[in-house]
Write a protein that binds this ligand. Structure first.
Ligand code: SF4
Ligand code: FE
Length: 486
């Protein structure tokens, strides 16, 4: 699809979306939603541009056709590296979350997991999923890869919750399909997606088998309702002449709470139905891919933030100060460290039994663990460089007002020769990424997206091979185990 065709395709969906107490009848043209749609549209637009074709497109292993890389099943470590580069590029061009990666990461996790499920159980989930992937690739769809359940009392497993719907579950199995009930929380890009692709949220035991479920369903299917999430400073998008105040007027991201109120899923779209012993594998693989993803997208947004900080320094007349130069070096060092992690877990990727490629799990978790920290430091340094004016500056409407405008023009002037409005714009961009609507993606999502920090520490503990490292130390220190009493 072209970017335009993508936007038009969303008009055809009969989505049920609620925001701020009202049902939104036309999400496509809603000023709050449209910027996030524009970010997804960039994944289509750039795929059409000659200079980005190598990164933005790939050859399908299923059909041999050229497809958007966001619909691709990675066929090599080279593909995994290109994925991260593509995400950095998209982050640079939108300075926001462009949302389409969750689907891509779900495709790859479900593809390999269903293959291994079928090998063990003789089921036909993989063949169903291959058919689904052909449909997605041929139609160039955007899919919301949905994992996170609301989870209720974190000390209780899915089946032990007071309310059994706090994890999405199968409430009925019929001969032609299943009925599911529950919700998926903070779903990135849900309102901009043609379909939802559901996965379980945790590893499960036999008691939880009704919760071990994976399926795909159109976003406007009967029984699906989406409640659009609030973001810091979001209503600025509804204001008249707020372009300066927005910082990033064209792009954004969004999350939604997606409700599944007894939704029917036909058998051909069911990819796991109670095979609880494979829930953990699907979760781990999806999380691994999405932790890799952050080594691309957050780095791209970081590039914009570093550039904005450098411009703010220039517009303040402070660019030559040594401490400013050093802070920019530090921001670059941190940002490229994150990129190195994204590239490393890709380069160390391995082939799965289904023959698509999987990232190195340990390195992907190290990547995401760093993401829970370093963007915060990059943001802190950007705020340091920007100065307090970033959060005390008058509104755009005061700049346009004939009484106050000239005063703002005069007193907010920075370095000689620099236009006041340009200075305001760059400060607002830094505000947007560090405190405003894009801060959802750059800060709190860096913390909790693709799993909160503790989730990575569990994986690092599991993958870190401490026993192997102990053996190394024993050899070097010439330890004689027989001399130890236990
Ligand atoms: Fe893609 Fe990053 Fe948004 Fe996840 S957070 S969907 S990886 S842009
Ligand atoms: Fe995310």
């Amino acid at each position: 699809m072209t970017a335009k065709e993508y936007i038009e395709s969303l008009r055809k969906l009969n989505l049920k979306v609620y925001f701020m107490g009202e049902q939104i009848t036309n999400p496509v043209d809603h000023p709050m939603i449209r910027p996030s749609m524009n970010s997804v549209a960039m994944t289509y637009r750039m795929a059409e541009m000659e200079e980005y074709k190598d990164l933005m497109t790939a050859t399908s292993n299923l059909t041999g056709k050229t497809i958007n890389r966001f619909c691709h099943l990675h066929q090599s470590t080279g593909d995994l590296i290109k994925k991260v580069k593509m995400q950095r590029l998209c982050g640079q061009k939108t300075a926001a979350c462009f949302q389409r990666c969750v689907g891509m990461d779900a495709f790859n996790a479900i593809y390999s997991t269903t293959y291994e499920m079928d090998q063990k159980n003789g089921s036909d989930y993989h063949a169903r999923f291959v058919e689904y992937m052909k449909f997605v690739q041929d139609n160039d769809l955007t899919i919301d890869g949905a994992m996170t359940d609301p989870k209720g009392d974190r000390s209780l497993s899915p089946s032990k919750q007071e309310d059994p719907d706090l994890y999405l579950r199968i409430v009925e199995v019929r001969s032609d399909g299943i009925i599911v009930r529950g919700a998926k929380a903070h779903q990135t890009g849900a309102v901009n997606s043609h379909e939802h692709l559901i996965m379980p949220t945790v590893a499960m035991k036999e008691d939880d088998q009704d919760y071990a479920v994976s399926f795909a369903i159109p976003s406007d299917a009967e029984g699906i309702l989406m409640i659009y999430g609030r973001q810091s400073c979001d209503t600025r998008k509804m204001e008249d002449k707020a372009d300066i105040d927005l910082g990033n007027a064209e792009f954004g991201g969004h999350e939604a709470l997606v409700i599944f109120d007894d939704v029917f899923i036909p058998n051909e779209r069911v990819f796991m139905c109670k095979e609880y012993e494979f829930a953990g594998m699907m979760v781990e693989r999806f999380a691994g891919y999405h932790r890799q993803s952050y080594g691309g997208c957050k780095v791209g947004v970081g590039d914009v933030l570093i550039g904005a900080a450098a411009l703010a320094a220039e517009y303040n007349g402070a660019a030559k100060a040594n401490h400013i130069k050093d802070k920019l070096v530090e921001m670059t060092h941190l940002n490229e460290t994150l990129y190195s992690c994204g590239i490393a877990c890709s380069a160390e990727g391995k082939r799965t039994l289904a023959v698509n490629y999987q990232i190195d799990l340990l390195l992907a978790n190290v990547c995401k663990q760093n993401i829970t920290r370093m963007p915060y430091e990059i943001a802190r340094l950007a705020e340091d460089i920007a100065g307090g004016i970033m959060v005390t500056m008058p509104a755009a409407l005061d700049f346009y007002n004939e009484t106050t405008g000239p005063y703002i023009e005069k007193y907010l002037k920075g370095a000689v020769g620099i236009d006041t409005e340009n200075r305001m714009r760059i400060l607002r961009l830094i505000e947007n990424i560090t405190l405003g609507t894009a801060a959802v993606g750059y800060r709190t999502e860096s913390m909790h997206g693709a799993g909160s920090p503790q989730a990575q520490r569990i994986m690092i503990a599991r993958q870190g091979n401490i026993e192997g490292k102990k053996s190394l130390a024993k050899v070097i220190a010439q330890i004689d185990d027989s001399k130890n009493k236990n």
